[in-house]
Design a protein around this ligand. Structure first.
Ligand code: KG4
Ligand code: ZN
Length: 337
């Protein structure tokens, strides 16, 4: 019997501040290379202009390394899958333009990928894979949503944030505490050394939607009040403040995840996006999962934060459906699943 031809996809991700390239063979990852941008740290957030310039510098070397590490020749690549949006337009433009040039040079098709859909499909980068239907809590620096996933390319947003994303809640409160950007991982680290003894206003959102701006304001007023009586309050209590902030954000997320599972009857539960790297959230999902007989899916950290492997996975399933785009494609800053 003739062996079926391998399908090799190059994935390209450049929606925010990480430049990433991945090679996927028959749906399995051969390489996943990401260049992070340290330049934003001193500004306290991602500077779009700085990000797009860095993508421009990083993209060719990152793709070269991904191809080398995969042990393939670029002529073997069957399609380029790239993030078309949502994201920063100047950053997306670099990945989209690169993908067009690459596809043109090799005369291969292009596949557009929605970054938020790709975060969900990161669960198919490695085993164990969730079975359909499953719920995915996608929590990143730009988005917070609960998605019902019925098939690789069939998903519906059940609820999302009306203001800040969960990652923004971490990063903005971190800024109030004088922590570097991105503050999420720093709060996580300090929270491990503290106790969540401070309480903040809890969001009161209907349905499955989220809101984090009230929490940020509540923390701001709390800090202002405490600093009046003790100017060193933050310094002295940093670990407990971090533990309390983290607990408040996790509670807000868990309440809605539990509600979504109860309402849909779905017990296949996945988390995705940069904030799913948070050790407190991982622990909360695991312990709630044990209580409720959920099957839990938490990707390795490499596939939680922005990466091209998830773009290549999404591209692979669209490739199988022959969902290609032409050279006239342009990036989009906003794009709903
Ligand atoms: O998905 P991601 O890498 O980029 C996008 O926003 O698309 O997510 C980045 C976000 C940042 O807000 C960062 O603070 C947060 O994920 N983050 C964390 C942790 N690691 C990254 N938040 C809490 N705890 C962490 N360990
Ligand atoms: Zn992301």
């Amino acid at each position: 019997m003739e062996k079926e031809k391998d399908i090799i996809i190059l994935g390209i991700e450049s929606s925010c501040d990480d430049t990433s390239a991945a090679i996927l063979k028959n749906g399995r990852i051969l390489s996943n290379i990401t260049a992070n941008q340290e330049a934003h740290r001193e500004y306290g957030g991602v500077v779009p202009e700085v990000a797009s310039r860095a993508h421009q510098q990083n993209i060719v070397p990152v793709v070269d390394v991904a191809i080398q590490k995969a042990g393939i020749r670029k002529e073997e690549i069957d399609a380029v899958a790239f993030t078309r949006g949502p994201g920063l337009i100047g950053s997306l433009l670099v990945g989209v333009s690169f993908s067009k040039a690459f596809a043109l040079a090799l005369d291969i098709p292009m596949v557009e990928v929605n970054h938020m859909m790709a975060h969900v499909l990161a669960h198919f980068a490695e085993d164990p894979e969730p079975s359909f239907p499953f719920l995915c809590l996608t929590v990143s620096g730009g988005h917070t949503q609960i998605v019902r996933v019925d098939d690789y390319l069939k998903m519906e947003v059940l609820g999302s944030t009306i203001d800040d994303a969960a990652g923004e809640a971490f990063d903005k409160t971190g800024k109030l505490l004088g922590l570097d950007y991105p503050a999420g991982p720093l709060i996580d680290k300090k929270a491990k050394l503290g106790h969540p003894r401070f309480k903040f206003a809890e969001p009161n959102m209907p349905d499955l939607d989220f809101s984090f701006s009230g929490l940020k304001t509540s923390i701001l007023y709390f800090l202002k009040k405490e600093i009046k009586t003790d100017p060193d309050f933050i310094e002295k209590n940093i670990n407990d403040i971090c533990a309390s902030v983290q607990q408040a954000i996790i509670n807000a997320l868990m309440v809605k995840l539990i509600k979504a599972s109860e309402e849909t009857g779905i017990k296949e539960i996945a988390i995705a996006g940069g904030v799913s790297a948070n050790s407190g959230l991982r622990a909360a999902v695991k312990s709630e999962g044990e209580k409720r007989a959920w099957n839990i899916y938490i990707p390795r950290l490499e596939f939680c934060t922005d990466n091209a492997a998830m773009i290549a996975v999404n591209g692979y399933y669209k490739f199988l459906e022959k969902q290609f785009v032409g050279q006239d494609i342009t990036p989009v800053a906003r794009w709903k699943i």
